[in-house]
Design a binder for this molecule. Structure first.
Ligand SMILES: Nc1ncnc2c1ncn2[C@@H]1O[C@H](COP(=O)(O)OP(=O)(O)OP(=O)(O)O)[C@@H](O)[C@H]1O
Ligand SMILES: [Mg+2]
Length: 136
């Protein structure tokens, strides 16, 4: 499949799905020509948002696709769930905030890793995250 039309939608509800999403995203980014260290970072961000789906929402899905912005090519990752949502998104985005016994680094760490990161969440309405990384 040509890199430009590549898109994968994956259901997420188990540890195995997290691993699959991580691998598929890493392969897609690899075909785009990202560096080894960027591949690790991208895989980490995919792990964190998919792990949050499993841990905090139970189930959801992730879309992985190649995207463009002018001359830039990159990977676009959209995570969606219909779980409980986040009461205070600003608080959840801070380093060290966790509603359970987590490190509270998943969301802020992913935002730092990616070039673009948008989160929309509302209590009772689920969570949507779109994050993008452009190839230098
Ligand atoms: N998809 C989600 N649905 C509901 N709440 C979420 C979701 N993702 C994150 N949260 C909330 O945001 C908080 C911060 O998320 P973050 O990933 O930064 O930390 P964590 O998951 O608690 O710990 P860890 O460092 O292990 O990831 C979570 O504790 C949880 O309350
Ligand atoms: Mg987390």
């Amino acid at each position: 499949m040509p890199a430009l039309s590549e898109e994968r939608r994956l259901p997420i509800d188990s540890e195995g799905d997290i691993i699959t999403a991580r691998q598929i995203g890493r392969e897609m980014a690899s075909r785009l020509g990202f560096s080894m260290s960027d591949l690790t970072l991208i895989a980490t961000a995919i792990s964190e948002v998919t792990r949050n789906i499993v841990d905090h929402a139970g189930r959801g899905e992730i879309d992985l696709r190649v995207c463009e912005n002018g001359k830039l090519q990159g990977i676009c990752i959209a995570a969606h769930d219909d779980g409980p949502g986040i009461e205070d998104v600003e608080l959840a985005m801070q380093d060290g905030y966790s509603s359970r016994d987590g490190l509270g680094l998943g969301l802020p760490g992913s935002r730092r890793i990616m070039d673009e990161f948008v989160i929309e969440s509302e209590r009772g309405k689920g969570t949507n995250i779109v994050m993008k990384k452009w190839k230098p």
